[in-house]
Design a protein around this ligand. Sequence first.
Ligand SMILES: [Zn+2]
Length: 253
Amino acid sequence: MFDSHTHYDDKWFDEDRDILIPSLFEQGVEGIINVGCDMESSMRSIEIAQRYEKVYAAVGVHPHSAAEVSGNWLDELDGLCRQSKVVAIGEIGLDYHYDYSSRDVQKAVFEKQMEFARERNMPVIIHDREAHGDVIDTVNRFPEVKGVFHSFSGSYEMAEHLVKRGWYISFSGSVTFKTAEKLRHAVTAVPIDRVLSETDSPYLSPVPERGKRNDSYRMRHTIEKLAEIYEVSFEEMSNACRDNAYRLFGIAK
Ligand SMILES: [Zn+2]
C-alpha cells in the first residue's frame, strides 16, 4: 500500500512516531508521503522523509496558513524543495469551509505556488474544500501543471473533467463513510490508472475505525472499498494506487 497523504509531523504522533512509522512498513505499507502545511511543517516533513527510506516529503503552504506568509517566503520554499526526498509542492489550494485566511489571500498564495510548481516542473497536491469552482478555475489556468486532488470531495462530473485534463484523484477514508454515496459514484469517473489512496493521517479514519487516530495501516479499509467499486482484488487495487503514485511523483520502484 502507498499512502499518498499523511501528516506524521502532527503533535498527535509525538509520543510514538519513531515506533509507529517503522511498524507500518512491517505491516504492508510500501511508501508514504508526508505533506507540509506551512514552512515549519514542510521542514518537519523533510526531516521525517530523510529519516526513513520509503517516506517522501511535499512542501507548501496550505490555504489555512496563507495569511501567515511574509517576506521572501517563495525563496524559503525554493530552498526546501531542493532538499532530497521532496517530490511535490503541497498541500496548496483553497478552503472555503473554515476561511481561516481571507479568500483573496488564499487565491494569491495558491496561484503563486502553481507558478512555482510550473517553473520547476513539479507535481502539486491540491486541497479543495467547498471551493470547487475557484480551484477548477485556477488549475485550468495552469494546464502545464499536473498533480493530485487530495481527499477528493467533488462530483462525478468534476472528477471526469479533471481526469480529462490529466489530473490524478486521491481518495481517503471518506469513501468508506456510510453517507458517501455521491463520492463513491465519483470514483467511477476515475480510470484505475489515475487513482491514488491516502489516509490524511491523523485525520479521516475509515469505517470501521472512524474517530480514532488514523495511520497508514488503516488505509486497508479504504483500499478494500475502492477494490469493491473497481471490481478488482485488494492486491490489484493497492498495486494500482502505488504504481500511480510512483508515476506521478517520479519515485523509482
Ligand atoms: Zn492534509
